[in-house]
Design a protein around this ligand. Structure first.
Ligand code: HEM
Length: 294
């Protein structure tokens, strides 16, 4: 039901407006590209790509922003607000918040040197959100390979697609609280790498101190993430699980040697992720303000 030309008559400048805004946000801060990509993932894995992740908590409504994977972690809400107000002034009540996130995620990857993909459009926005689904459906950084495979399989993805999508961690940052156990207690980590991370992630305190998920080129969407895994330089426990003597090792090796095959598989998996259970037709609504139900 979605189509790439959904707004071509109702809001012809919507897509170029989103792209310009993403390009300027990424030019200002490269990490914002990573944050917008992650926002799309955390939207789509919880109730489908319906912008449920954008809804603010109020006294009578609990959204997803305080879920463990999101709280003090998800970013990019202001950029989405800016884009939304620009497209609202062009075409009031036409462009959904969920479509804005989907296009912004694609444009972010392109801005950082990654592949492009066609974004199907026509998603509508939810009137609900689910804190409990956000807590249960988004995989955590302590997950083992089997848990990662299951979390993605629950959303219809193969293990191969899970590995390709994990290549997102070639950009962006993580907080100390999410990799502390790994750098102090795990054996399958490069010891020089672990020691260097410990300087900015003490045994206690500094929970929000950041380190790049890709230690070599964190502002560039390439295959360095997979190369790092071969030398046990995955930042998160879950990252290194993809190359730890298990069934996904060979795919990691392939991606580390073949940038084109990673980019192709990543783009295809993103198309699939972007299409997770959209609201269409008369379901949901086009929110005026992405942070609240009309
Ligand atoms: C395979 C399971 C995954 C796990 C366990 C996981 C976990 C995490 C964690 C813990 C962080 C750091 C958050 C923080 O410290 O505040 C992170 C960051 C990030 N994740 Fe994932 N993630 C996974 C898959 C994905 C997927 C599928 C995507 C996108 C399609 C993605 C995109 C990102 C990006 C771009 C960042 C950096 C965000 C920023 O710098 O603001 N991740 N992830």
């Amino acid at each position: 039901q979605l189509s790439t030309n959904f707004y071509s008559t109702s809001c012809p400048r919507a897509i170029s407006t989103i792209k310009s805004a993403v390009n300027s946000a990424v030019a200002k801060e490269a990490r914002m590209g990573a944050s917008l990509l992650r926002l799309h993932f955390h939207d789509c894995f919880v109730q489908g790509c319906d912008a449920s992740v954008l809804l603010d908590d109020t006294s009578g409504f609990t959204g997803e922003k305080t879920a463990f994977p999101n709280a003090n972690s998800l970013r990019g809400f202001d950029v989405i607000d800016t884009i939304k107000s620009q497209v609202e002034s062009l075409c009031p009540g036409v462009v959904s918040c969920s479509d804005i996130i989907a296009v912004a995620a694609r444009d972010s990857v392109v801005a950082l040197g990654g592949p492009s993909w066609p974004v199907q459009l026509g998603r509508r926005d939810s009137t609900t959100a689910s804190l409990s689904s956000a807590n249960s459906d988004l995989p955590g950084p302590g997950s083992d390979l089997s848990a990662l495979i299951t979390a993605f399989s629950n959303k219809g993805f193969t293990a191969n697609e899970m590995v390709a999508l994990s290549g997102s961690h070639t950009i962006g940052q993580a907080r100390c609280t999410n990799f502390r156990t790994r750098i102090y207690n795990e054996a399958n980590i490069n010891s020089t790498y672990a020691t260097s991370l410990q300087a900015n992630c003490p045994n206690s305190g500094g929970d929000d101190n950041l380190a790049p998920l890709d230690t070599t080129t964190p502002k560039f969407f390439d295959n360095a993430y997979f190369k790092n895994l071969l030398s046990q330089k995955g930042l998160l426990h879950s990252d290194q699980q993809l190359f730890n003597g298990g069934s996904t090792d060979s795919q990691v090796t392939t991606y580390s040697n073949n940038l084109v095959s990673f980019k192709t598989d990543f783009a295809n998996a993103m198309v699939k992720m972007s299409n997770l259970s959209p609201l269409t037709g008369t379901s949901g609504q086009i929110r005026t303000n992405c942070r609240k139900v009309n």
